[in-house]
Design a protein around this ligand. Structure first.
Ligand SMILES: Cc1cc2nc3c(=O)[nH]c(=O)nc-3n(C[C@H](O)[C@H](O)[C@H](O)COP(=O)(O)OP(=O)(O)OC[C@H]3O[C@@H](n4cnc5c(N)ncnc54)[C@H](O)[C@@H]3O)c2cc1C
Length: 454
């Protein structure tokens, strides 16, 4: 059913969205980013964040204790509003649950000797880059969208083109500090409270409130030299992609498939000196920097969401797909074929990652680590009679059959049983019982299923 605009503003937002984005969203995003950059720079230079951290964590503890003292009436969740999250869906549960305010937005410590950065959960990837790069450091897996937060990447998941070497975002994290549902604070590492350490990733805030994370750092060079390798034929693409992913001399590997038959595999290494064709750079500079308002992009996803009308939501719902399916590399050819047959969205993003055999929700079958590939489908499906539910269920079923995983930010139509089969709940269930989480936090499924988000 086509949703009719409710008024003039909605009509403009639907039909002339680009005007709104160019004239309002881009400049607002830009000003907001500049303000945050200086605010974060000042806080880091003044070293005021570590002193404030204890105070802010005490405030989180107080809210959780109040919840206990007031009879544990409804379950708890963080108070971060849905429009600020990267996921296109907004959680319904925030409206009825006890919202815990978590104002933890700062980098706490950069220890170059131990090569560790300690951060609060609302620190964003852009903020980390702006602080660490000038010091010559970065983190091994740095998801590329600036607004993604450490908390979301730990509790959901994060991936980048270095993941073939380092794994997912959780695999470069060394410790988590959480406030548990009784109001106590706990720190966990692979040695200390290790069950919790391995259960926090993908738990979506259903074991406790995350208050700090220690992340590994690695030296960063100034430039990345990229090599673009065009490949034809699905079998050849799969073979070359796997070879590139297994070659650890490549610091970055990812690919874009433009059809079943054509892809570009991109590999990268860090360098100290720039290597480029000056003619190309000057053209790109003119087109992107001087041309339009290229230097202002991209607009903040949160602001885009804030201005999404019902009609746009419906259009997205019925005519658009955003999914990341994580499948073993051996299934590359079959996966691409099945995703094409089901939704035919191109280009497809392909990002390899190594999945260690750790305890927790997401691990390969068997005892050995395995190479996986994240197949990202973002766009308008090009098949007749696309049905969001039926089509998504088809690729969910396939992913589960090959021991794959669906990213939690995206729509899931799986039943609870199917979801529990895809994600190993053994340790998670035990911890939820031991730590008395059932009354305090909803299960992951109840936070991510299609019924829980609008
Ligand atoms: C348009 C788009 C682009 C994306 N691009 C990338 C990408 O380039 N790379 C990539 O790796 N991923 C990407 N993702 C997926 C992304 O990794 C997830 O959405 C992830 O969860 C991070 O989102 P966020 O920072 O907005 O976290 P949120 O959505 O705010 O957090 C996710 C969940 O974690 C829990 N949580 C967060 N903080 C806390 C806390 N302090 N305590 C307890 N629970 C908490 C909450 O339950 C919350 O619902 C993308 C998603 C979209 C929609």
């Amino acid at each position: 059913m086509v949703h009719k605009p409710d008024g003039f503003v909605e009509y403009i937002l639907i039909h002339y969205n680009w005007i709104f984005v160019c004239l309002f969203l881009l400049p607002i995003s830009f000003v907001f980013d500049i303000w945050m950059y200086f605010r974060n720079w000042l806080v880091f230079k003044l070293s005021s964040a570590p002193k404030q951290h204890d105070k802010k964590v005490k405030h989180v503890q107080k809210q959780v204790r109040d919840w206990n003292n007031n009879g544990q009436k409804t379950q708890m969740c963080t108070a971060r509003p849905g429009w600020q999250m990267m996921s296109f869906r907004r959680p319904i549960y925030k409206k009825t649950m006890y919202n815990v305010k978590v104002n933890l937005v700062d980098i706490l410590e950069v220890d170059t000797e131990k090569q560790i950065v300690r951060v609060e959960p609302l620190v964003s990837m852009g903020q980390l880059t702006a602080t660490l790069n000038p010091m010559g450091w970065t983190i091994p897996v740095l998801p590329e969208i600036d607004d993604l937060t450490v908390g979301g990447l730990v509790m959901g998941t994060g991936i980048e083109s270095s993941s073939h070497k380092y794994g997912l975002f959780q695999h470069v994290c060394l410790s988590y500090e959480l406030v548990l549902c009784d109001g106590s604070i706990i720190k966990c590492t692979s040695e200390e409270n290790s069950d919790l350490f391995y259960s926090v990733p993908w738990s979506y805030g259903s074991l406790g409130i995350l208050t700090a994370v220690e992340i590994k750092m690695i030296p960063a060079k100034k430039y990345v030299k990229l090599t673009y390798n065009p490949v034809r034929g699905l079998e050849t693409i799969a073979k070359k992609f796997e070879e590139a992913s297994k070659n650890t001399e490549n610091e970055f590997v990812e690919a874009l498939a433009y059809s079943e038959d054509q892809a570009v595999i991109m590999t990268g290494i860090q360098t100290d000196a720039p290597e480029y064709d000056k003619r190309l750079l000057s053209q790109t500079y003119q087109i992107v920097i001087l041309g339009t308002s290229g230097w202002l992009v991209p607009p903040k996803v949160s602001l885009l969401k804030l201005t999404q009308t019902e009609a746009i939501k419906k259009l997205y719902e019925n005519n658009h797909m955003i999914q990341d399916m994580l499948v073993p590399i051996e299934t590359f050819v079959d996966s691409v074929k099945i995703f094409k047959e089901t939704c035919n969205i191109f280009p497809v993003w392909l990002c390899p990652f190594i999945l260690p055999s750790n305890p927790g929700m997401v691990h390969p079958k068997g005892n050995a680590e395995r190479l996986y590939v994240d197949i990202g489908l973002y766009g308008v499906p090009n098949v007749e009679n696309f049905d969001p539910k039926k089509s998504t269920r088809k690729i969910e079923k396939y992913a589960a059959e090959v021991n794959g995983f669906q990213m939690l930010y995206a729509d899931t139509y799986m039943t609870r049983e199917e979801f529990r089969r895809m994600f190993d709940h053994t340790l998670y269930d035990k911890l939820r019982t031991d730590m008395k989480c059932e009354k305090a936090f909803p299960e992951v499924y109840d936070k991510v299923s299609r019924a829980a988000r609008y």
